[in-house]
Design a protein around this ligand. Structure first.
Ligand code: KG4
Ligand code: ZN
Length: 346
């Protein structure tokens, strides 16, 4: 099976061609970073317009790189939400048009489901597995019991984890997106200089919270000498923040493993996915945790953690293989929680 994936839900315009043998034939990602940089964040109207300008060309390039005629595809998969609605509409219309003109099956993929299944594109990960989903808009522990079968065990009570990275970076005057900038700055920092809180550490359940940590970082930055922050100050705040996030995530994931293992005593797989899963310190902490619990951690390579269309094509393959296709009339959705995804056509 060979499927085209289209992703336009945020600020990456992406098209990919993937086979059911886990071969990524093409994986084109066009970042709109430079277009949004002057505004310090993603501007939805600029994003939608830019997706419209580039998606046709990216699809053609992906097909060419993959060495496949569009007429030879087995299906067209597209992110139908959640995301910035203007962008999601651009992707959905592109996919619907291709599916209609080429007379191919159409698969409406939930963006979070695409992240959730991305591990199965790179490794043999059987269901059920415990997923830590860490993106710009989410932070969840999910029991992944099959395609379209997601049980959310814990979620953030306030800010998403990627948002915490992005806001901290902004306070430090670092570039957007904040995650990679914080990770780079932290390499030269002293993680023990600032004792930031570890929200919900040791509490029962497996929810997350990041707003208290964000407030503590803001207070610390305010107390540093006025004027431009020094390079070492920035590095120390970044390192201390990253250590607090890592400790929190390790603790909450440990609790998640306990809840998950009680329901699935034979399951042994932990998966981390989403943009923040590109963070090396977090990956290391999760690897240690998984090892101690007798679990195997699967973390896709960073390029498949941040937004891309290969994971959308793969989720399309997983659904198509189970006969789950969608009508040309499906509605793009700005909001579409993972717990509401079903193993049935939308
Ligand atoms: O999954 P993603 O690409 O888009 C969403 O679906 O939200 O995640 C984007 C988030 C941003 O908040 C970005 O700062 C964060 O992932 N991120 C990172 C790293 N790379 C991207 N956070 C921490 N460390 C990184 N290396
Ligand atoms: Zn994403």
């Amino acid at each position: 099976m060979i499927v085209l994936g289209i992703e336009t839900s945020c600020d990456e315009t992406a098209a990919a061609v993937v086979t059911s043998a886990r071969e990524i034939r093409a994986n084109r990602v066009l970042s709109q970073l430079a277009e949004h940089a002057p505004y310090g964040g993603v501007v939805p109207e600029i994003a939608a317009r830019s997706h419209l300008d580039h998606i046709d060309r990216l699809v053609a390039e992906a097909a060419e790189e993959a060495g496949v005629e569009l007429s030879a595809l087995d299906g067209i998969a597209v992110t139908g939400g959640p995301g910035l609605i203007g962008g999601v509409i651009v992707g959905a219309i592109t996919a619907k048009t291709l599916a209609q003109v080429l007379d191919k099956p159409l698969i409406n993929v939930n963006h979070l489901e695409a992240h959730a299944l991305s591990a199965r594109l790179v490794a043999e990960v059987p269901f059920p597995y415990l997923l830590l989903l860490v993106t710009g808009g989410h932070c969840q522990l999910v029991s992944v019991e099959g395609v379209g079968r997601y049980k959310v065990l814990g979620t953030t009570l306030d800010d998403a984890i990627g948002e915490a990275f992005d806001k901290t970076a902004k306070m430090l005057g670092l570039a957007y997106p904040g995650g990679p900038a914080i990770e780079a700055a932290a390499l030269e920092g002293d993680a023990r200089r600032f004792a930031f809180p570890r929200p919900l550490l040791g509490r029962p359940g497996c929810d997350f919270s990041f707003s208290g940590l964000k407030t503590a970082v803001a207070r610390t930055v305010d107390r540093l000498p006025p004027g431009a922050l020094g390079r070492q100050d920035i590095a120390d705040v970044a390192a201390s923040f990253q250590a607090a996030v890592t400790d929190t995530v390790r603790d909450r994931t440990r609790a998640g493993i306990g809840t998950f293992a009680a329901a699935h005593p034979k399951a042994r797989h932990l998966v981390v996915a989403g943009g923040v899963a590109a963070n090396a310190a977090l990956r290391q902490a999760l690897d240690d945790l998984a090892g101690a619990a007798g679990f195997t951690l699967t973390a896709p390579p960073p390029a498949l953690c941040t937004d891309n269309a290969a994971m959308v094509a793969w989720a399309g393959i997983e659904r198509l293989g189970r006969g789950l296709t969608d009508g040309l009339d499906f509605a793009p959705r700005p909001r579409w929680p993972l717990g509401e995804v079903r193993a049935e056509p939308t």
